[in-house]
Ligand binder design. Structure first.
Ligand code: FES
Ligand code: FES
Length: 202
């Protein structure tokens, strides 16, 4: 049985806390967190957003990727306090509604871009940021973009196909958007964060 090192519990008890405020998937949260709590643990354990997976915990596998101010980051390499005041998107924030998938999620499903699905949230977030920057990528660019995400099941072939298909679906949605307003898959995060604050106990 693994036991805490002597004095570990007392040390944890003394760990300084700090209040942070973040906006995650359009909702504002205020929490008091240990200063050494990882952002991945904060999302999963404090906010219950377990779609962000934790594989290696040292920045290698990409399973914990989330968007911080729109940019993909490894949430296992950041402390929660470093995200104070930031806008974060997790995989739960991709789909525009509970019963609707984001085009990238649809593409992964249709192209069989996943098997066990453990790596998938990290891929989806990485691909979302990538296709915003490069909406018409070549296969080589797709492979380069996903090279920081590890998948032990698929062999990557179908993930590349899924990204290609996602690019097509997003292009089609943008076309619809030009003609008839915003594409319907785009989540509305314009609500005031303060009006939706979810503090502990509410
Ligand atoms: S868990 Fe963060 S990169 Fe692997
Ligand atoms: S689908 Fe299993 S690790 Fe990628």
């Amino acid at each position: 049985m693994i036991q805490d090192a002597p004095g570990h519990a007392a040390e944890s008890a003394r760990e300084p806390m700090r209040a942070i405020r973040v906006r995650v998937n359009g909702v504002c949260y205020e929490r008091e967190v240990p200063v050494r709590m990882l952002l991945a643990d904060f999302l999963r354990h404090e906010l219950g957003l377990t779609g962000t997976h934790v594989g290696c915990e040292h920045g290698v596998c990409g399973a914990c990727t989330v968007l911080l101010e729109g940019e993909p980051v490894r949430s296992c390499l950041l402390f929660a306090v470093q995200a104070d005041g930031a806008e974060i998107t997790t995989v739960e924030g991709l789909a525009p509604a509970e019963n609707q998938l984001h085009p990238i999620q649809e593409a992964f499903r249709e192209a069989h871009g996943l098997q066990c699905g453990f790596c998938t949230p990290g891929f989806l977030i990485t691909v979302e940021a990538f296709l915003r920057e490069n909406p018409e990528p070549t296969d080589e660019e797709i492979r380069e973009a996903i090279s920081g995400n590890l998948c032990r099941c698929t062999g990557y072939q179908n993930i590349v196909k899924a990204v290609r298909l996602a690019a097509e679906k997003l292009a089609a949605a943008r076309g619809q958007g030009r003609e008839g307003g915003d594409p319907e898959w785009r989540r509305d995060t314009s609500a005031s964060p303060c009006s939706e604050t979810k503090t502990r106990g509410c």
